[in-house]
Design a protein around this ligand. Sequence first.
Ligand SMILES: C[S@@+](CC[C@H](N)C(=O)[O-])C[C@H]1O[C@@H](n2cnc3c(N)ncnc32)[C@H](O)[C@@H]1O
Length: 334
Amino acid sequence: MNLVCPTCRSVQDGRVESHALDADFTCSGCGMNWPFLQIGAVRIPVLLASELDRAAALDSAREFLKRLEEGPAAIAQPAAGWLAEALQQAATYVPAHWGRFAQPPLPAADLSWIDDWLPPDADLPQGPVLALGSGPGGELPHMVRGQRAIVALDSHLPLLAFAAAAADQASFAMPYRPAAEELSTRPLALPAAERQALSTVLPCCANALDPPFQAESFAAIVMCNVIDSVADPLTLLGQCEALLKPGGALLLSSPYHWQEAVTPHDRRPQRLWPEGIDIRVGMEALLTGQVLPGFLDSLSLQRSEPALPWRMTLHPGVAVHYAMHVVLLRKAIE
Ligand SMILES: C[S@@+](CC[C@H](N)C(=O)[O-])C[C@H]1O[C@@H](n2cnc3c(N)ncnc32)[C@H](O)[C@@H]1O
């Protein structure tokens, strides 16, 4: 799987010129030597455009792993900035993805619907599959399709690092909230099948709005609950369409849980259709090229479900119930 440099792309005569990164994540165009985090044999490149963000990502991921290894007292220590955000994100998403393998188990979300929704190997074009906004990796074992490479992209390095570390070690520590505003850890032993699936994944810390891949690189993309986690959902959807090979599958889910601090009102897709139209109806029209001329018009709807349940336990006293709109789209074969 070739990564391309996210900062030295240019458009020449209407064509995007990009430069591949070599095995050490050095750009063949601008010479930028991108940093990476090594966990066991896995190297996670940090392809964030800002140098400050790269440094913060690496520092917070290292400190996060160190605290996990040191145990419950270390994880409960006060934290600030990126590390505080990493701890809170991990305490929410790690149990949701992996809680059933904690000792003793914690309530987890059911991700097995991906097994059924993502088309089988024989029904996809050649090429790797991509998880966009993969978080701590719970979706990835459900995306195994034959021998295909699986690429996992997320902008939060600590979450990717957690998945790599949990695959690398027979027993690891899982962050969770034993009560509101408290953090602790519990032993986590991933089964061999999950560790095997995760150990073959190529993780990549990058911005999904500016992904470090060439157009038409992927046979399938799975993007669960990310549309309402970015500043510009339309750019993200445009990137998904561009990254898919002809005939490729795009599996999306979202509860459309917009937040002003994340997705400003004037960036939300529903500004594109009259008030009162159900967002799922509007989104299905948008995703099949019927709302903006020329945008997403290579995609067709294969299957949809308006409200798939998704339960996320924040701590023993609070579980949030989301209803996800799930759609499977297919890109036209030219
Ligand atoms: C709501 S979580 C969903 C995680 C997982 N897919 C799930 O459904 O449980 C959103 C994920 O998207 C990631 N994310 C948010 N903005 C991103 C961006 N611009 N580029 C890449 N990842 C992003 C977050 O770090 C987080 O892991």
